[in-house]
Design a protein around this ligand. Structure first.
Ligand code: 13P
Ligand code: SF4
Length: 304
């Protein structure tokens, strides 16, 4: 089957299963095109929470599918390739976070949503890259903060808010690889073009950016900007949507092109198989989901 045939079959099956397909901005272009909704982690969480459909097919990495299930426990959540994990999420292991919490009972623990459900169950509030500054500002001045797992996002938020935070030593292997030198090379190849990037990049990279934004924020920037050319410092999947939404503009990715292999594991064939077999589903213990839901709901309330 070619892409068009596969996509048509998926849409037909999604209709008959009463399923909604959600996809992250970094997934393959054809996966984004077959989805009902494409967005960043925050928008996808809100979409999952408000989903009326009995079935959600989640195209993204595992922590995102877990978040969808936690926020929509009554839905069957299908995650077509369950081993598409986020290495950064696995860098803050729940047992270690629980132990750290016992030793530092005075700290508020903020967990980036790029964390496992078990880790979320140990923290006070979650955040995404779209609302991290807002969430940190809501924590009373004087309360010490631990930010996990992303030391880069944490450092970028600390700089923006002026809050001193302890940082867990995690990072995104895809964004951490981006070096200031690559930005300088792109700037000299495309003089005058603004540079936008994700706040998972090193602080030395975000310091060179015109804006450091969530994937959804970067897409807003692209829609609003008058610049005819934009240098993009994030995972390559986002270029598909940028080119679709602003076909008159030129987008220059950094070299080498950043790639998240896990986001690219889900192919159209996997979505089709998942809808045909109604598996694999995301399953978690009800009490774990209840504990992990509290900091996610707090985030949604604080960022509303
Ligand atoms: P966004 O919430 O900005 O989409 O980021 C998710 C992510 O995993 C970036 O690497
Ligand atoms: Fe995780 Fe980085 Fe991939 Fe985002 S790009 S899912 S943070 S490994």
């Amino acid at each position: 089957m070619n892409t068009a045939e596969l996509s048509a079959k998926i849409r037909e099956l999604a209709r008959s299963r009463d399923a909604v397909i959600l996809a992250h901005n970094y997934t393959h272009g054809e996966v984004q095109d077959v989805a009902d909704f494409v967005g960043d982690s925050l928008a996808l969480s809100i979409e999952a929470k408000n989903a009326k459909a009995p079935v959600i097919v989640f195209c993204g990495v595992r922590f995102m599918a877990e978040t969808a299930k936690i926020l929509s426990p009554q839905s069957t959540v299908l995650h077509p390739v369950p081993d598409s994990g986020c290495p950064m999420a696995d860098m803050a292991e729940a047992g270690k976070v629980a132990a750290w919490r016992r030793e530092h009972p005075d700290h508020a623990i903020v967990a980036y949503v790029n964390s496992t459900a078990a880790t979320k169950a140990e923290v006070d509030v979650c955040c995404t890259s779209a609302n991290a500054e807002k969430i940190v500002r809501r924590i009373p001045e004087g309360t010490p903060i631990m930010f996990l797992p992303d030391r880069n996002l944490g450092a970028n938020v600390a700089a923006a808010t002026g809050r001193k935070m302890e940082l867990w030593p995690g990072f995104c292997p895809t964004h951490n690889r981006i070096e200031p030198r690559m930005v300088e090379e792109a700037r000299s190849a495309h003089p005058g073009a603004p540079f936008i990037c994700h706040p998972e990049c090193l602080p030395a990279v975000t310091a060179l950016a015109d804006a450091a934004l969530s994937t959804g924020g970067m897409l807003d920037y692209v829609r609003r900007s008058d610049a005819p050319e934009i240098i993009v410092g994030t995972e390559n999947g986002i270029l598909h949507r940028m080119r679709k939404e602003a076909p008159e503009k030129k987008f220059w990715p950094l070299s080498p092109l950043p790639n998240c292999p896990n986001m690219k594991k889900i192919e159209l064939e996997d979505i089709l198989r998942s809808l045909e077999t109604m598996s694999p589903t995301v399953e978690m213990d009800a009490s774990l989901m209840d504990r992990a839901r509290a900091p996610i709901e707090r985030m949604l309330e604080w960022s509303a």
